[in-house]
Design a protein around this ligand. Sequence first.
Ligand code: ATP
Ligand code: MG
Length: 596
Amino acid sequence: MSSKPTHEDRASASGEGHAQPAAVSNFLRAVIENDLRAGRYAARRWGGTPGPAATHAGAAPDPWPVRTRFPPEPNGYLHFGHAKSICLNFGLARDYGGVCHMRFDDTNPTKEEQEYVDSILDAVRWLGFDWGKHLYYASDYFRTLYEFAEAFIEHGYAYVDSQSAEAMRASRGTLTEPGCDSPYRERSAQESLDLFRRMKAGEFADGTHVLRLKIDMASANINLRDPAIYRIRHAHHHRTGDAWCVYPLYDYAHCISDALENITHSICTLEFENNRALYDWIVEKLADFGLLAHPLPRQYEFARLNLTYVVLSKRKLIQLVEDKHVEGWDDPRMPTLVGARRRGYTPEGFRAFAERIGVSKADSSIDLSVLEECMREHLNESAPRRIAVLDPLKLVIDNYPEDAEENCEAPNHPQKPEWGRRALPFSRELWIEREDFAEQPPKGYFRLFPGNRVRLRYGYVVECTGCDKDAAGNIMTVRCSYFPDSKSGTPGANAYKVKGNIHWLSARHAYAAPIRLYDRLFKTPHPGAAEDFVAELNPDSMRQSSAQVEPALREAQPEARFQFERHGYFVADRVDSRAGAPVFNRAVGLKDSWRG
Ligand code: ATP
Ligand code: MG
């Protein structure tokens, strides 16, 4: 039975040029510009709601010169690949003064759920797109789709086939051999109509009959060998309940949904290329019957997004969740949009990424670092700077008075003076990074070691005098003395020339916060191609620790993003943070430091 192709069906999809996105190119722009110039869609009418030709007849011209759609099946969470499709469909509509429909392709009752519908709408909105009034469901067209199917029967272009599924498969032929006709193919329209109505009335069990189009069992294109368009499914649908027990198949429902909605450019991924002939056949026949009107929508295929170090197959993502390799669909390591959001990735970053990689017809694989760089660029612009010490070690300034404290001033963004400065409390005992002290400095080490001077960023210059160790020889405290006339921003500061500049926090003022450092989920670039992709998981994809952070970060709201100086971009987790107790996730480091 013909069902929706998956990208895994495409044997040729492995031709991998590592596309280094150079010039932005998008062949669909040329297609749309040509169509607009030629006025190809100018004759469309719009009756205000989707529907067959009769709904639009006599209505005013369609106000939208271009209509695209994003048509997910509500059977999973959206991933990075969907983000490409969303940016493309909504972006083209926006750029050409058109509209993009949000449509759920909910024709398969058994796998679909409201939970997915909600999360998909949320993700599209989060990416920054708005479908206005144009939220549609293929299930809203069940009545029309059914009536159109009766029309196909009446015109002699469809028949009820009562063969078993195995017999149907066996008579379908192969890529090199034609199929052969079903013994039911010449059933009268009368008999098929009667059977189809009884299928709908619930008289038959699942799998006993299907409705097939009568096209050509010898066609070189297997999709045209009398594809099934309706099957019996005694199943509850998340929107239509138990109203139906026959459900349309994807190829049939999709092209008709496009036509009912006056879609102009129906954009999909390459695995649907061989379905286009069927798409055209169906809508053209319906136009011949007078049920649809010209101009009809046209399908265009583009190369799906593949990313290194990532799997985007829904089946594999489900496996990662179900077998608990990750903590859920929204685990910040997952390539889902809910995961990315928790990770601290930004909608602006995704939109920039979609622009940068362009749209082509050639399969390729984009390096994950391109996406990370897009996130980094937007976060660099938008994230205020803060201080966090991820691996804290105590630094004591022996010549600073015990109970004294004062403020140092740090800019909230080095290139944006208008964002102001904030006070960083300074006192005798500080937290510094453990790696910023070395008892025996390696060559070229400019940070703290006995006898060396460094600047405490935004504060004083200090000179290291030694360290205290516990009985096992672990370094517990570093000791130093400071130069009272060296404070940053004071006239004396320039007299001190030091090579090292380290960050710090006042131990009395900082507080401990949970931090999660994420790394790539897979350790090899093409996990999807491996025999067992689970074996390619990176065992160190998450490290959890307790960091010392600036006191003001206590008030960070969920989803607030920051640059922790020298450590990268972090977000207050929207799930695990509590009022006054945010948990921070690292979105990306400051530079591409992946050495895998
Ligand atoms: P399945 O086919 O198993 O349901 P899917 O990921 O293709 O999975 P859909 O709900 O069909 O899910 O996808 C909705 C839209 O997103 C489709 O138009 C599809 O072409 C597009 N899409 C899906 N994956 C990618 C990808 N990796 N790159 C670009 N577009 C994609
Ligand atoms: Mg798909």
